[in-house]
Design a protein around this ligand. Sequence first.
Ligand code: HEM
Length: 152
Amino acid sequence: MPYFQAVIKETMRLHPLLPFLVPHMAKAECRVEDFDIPANALTLINVWAIGRDEKVWGSALDFSPERFLGSDIDVRGRHFELLPFGSGRRACPGMLLGIINVNLMLACLRQAFVFEPNERLDKTEKFGIVMALANPLLIRASPRVPIHLLLE
Ligand code: HEM
């Protein structure tokens, strides 16, 4: 299901669950690209901004899963342009469980229902440690198959 996977990657690119990951601390002074980071500095990685960097993505604000078709970029922390689970030793230890759950839940919902926005889809985000929608998501879910088949 390459397109389904691409939709999940594209969602995680534009709407990472933890927009600044978890705060990290540099144990020793170091240099990352053009940045000098002093020892004991608290560092936040802005993956939300990385996911919207026009230089990296092109048409960065467009929701376009096609960009991942035929690309080897994955979400597991090997590709620094897409880090919804962080990277390295402090990356999310629940990554595989998270990936499986998101895939399973979405596939089941998609198989059972057709979703339509009730009114104009409001994707305004509320920044916090965990990113959430500012307003509740209003969508209509209609069963794809007779409801008794879903409940059996
Ligand atoms: C789609 C689901 C999930 C996403 C997007 C996610 C994302 C993240 C991110 C971005 C971090 C910070 C990594 C960093 O700072 O480099 C993190 C850390 C962590 N996550 Fe997840 N996570 C998910 C599911 C889970 C699950 C299912 C578990 C446990 C069963 C879990 C347990 C943890 C723990 C314990 C940490 C802290 C790791 C550390 O500081 O060493 N996560 N997660």
